[in-house]
Design a protein around this ligand. Sequence first.
Ligand code: PLP
Length: 395
Amino acid sequence: MLTPNMNYSHLKSSYLFYNIAKKTREYLAQHPDTHLYRMGIGDVSLPLCDAVIKGLHKAADDQADAATFNGYMPECGAPFLRSAVAGYYRGRGVEVDDEEVFISSGASDELGDILDLFDRSNRSLIIEPAYPAYVDANVMGGREIIHLPSSRDNGFLPLPDDDTDAELIYICSPNNPTGAVYSREQLKVWVDWANAHNSVIIFDGAYEAFIEDETIPHSIFEIEGARTCAIEICSLSKTAGFTGTRLGYTVIPKELVRCGMNFNEMWVRNRTTKTNGVSYIIQRAACEVFTEEGQRQIKENIQVYKKNARTLMNALDKLGIWYTGGKNAPYIWLECPDKMGSWEFFDKLLNEAQIIGTPGAGFGKCGEGYLRFSTFGSPEDTEEAARRLLELLDK
Ligand code: PLP
């Protein structure tokens, strides 16, 4: 008898985004033609930069001529892009071989697929509040999850203690949803712990390009010892507006070995079996992100989001509301005023100021009492949202 993967029956319904959409729909039904200030969105609003657009056009033309046409791309990534990504790391003083870089269609795909490398009995430690895909990918795989709650007391940046016990550790820094970033010293504690316990860190660096504080590591591989205990998963989605264009990369050092099995070699085997590579056109265009001009242009876009962050942070500072994030991340994680619950504050913002945030409770129990603002909206909407916030909460 065919048996479905019954682990799917253990998935919690994605109540968070479903409920936000429902409440928004209901509000608009009662208040048609009202403009809403959507500070909850996790998608970018600016278009691709000019260098990438030119790269896309040029690559499309390549496909029109037999002399420059490309068929299947190498499964692990086009050599030109693997080399460009390795060069990007080198530019920050991190030695990465081209063969340690794997090109993907995005971080989400990799965060789920990478679990293929680990035995089902391995337990995954997930720091909460967390990006929901970590939990769901582990539930689908029937894996045991160890939830590590964080709080304002540790700045939402917990460290291992005597009770910590897991084979896989998810670390997202800069963090979604909290925007918190681990310092070099804190990441070293996790790396030392992972090496001492033979564990592997899955480091999600999707927001590294938003780091502006020079002391904060962009990559786990800036930390001594990480090459023997970490895999890094990155994305051009927020860095360069590739949410709809799709491109990511994963770094697996050749020194990452457990029980005589080399994870880099295993991933080559996995990719050559389960993918046929990422489109030539997208990889060519992605290459432009790593050129000097491409870096200049994407930073210009990131500055727009950073200005939005400053606008919101200024309002929160004036209101005396505690928050983390915003400076090195496109998310601001704030404590709901007057001890309101996440959904209660969400409703107040929607009904009284037409602002939509993301209730923190949707990212894990310890997110209750917090709300996430994203900085990916338009500057005009963000400024008006900040003004409305001040008007609503200034006593
Ligand atoms: N990791 C984190 C922490 C994210 O917030 C996101 C997207 O929002 C992703 C990964 C997924 O990125 P991608 O668009 O490359 O799949």
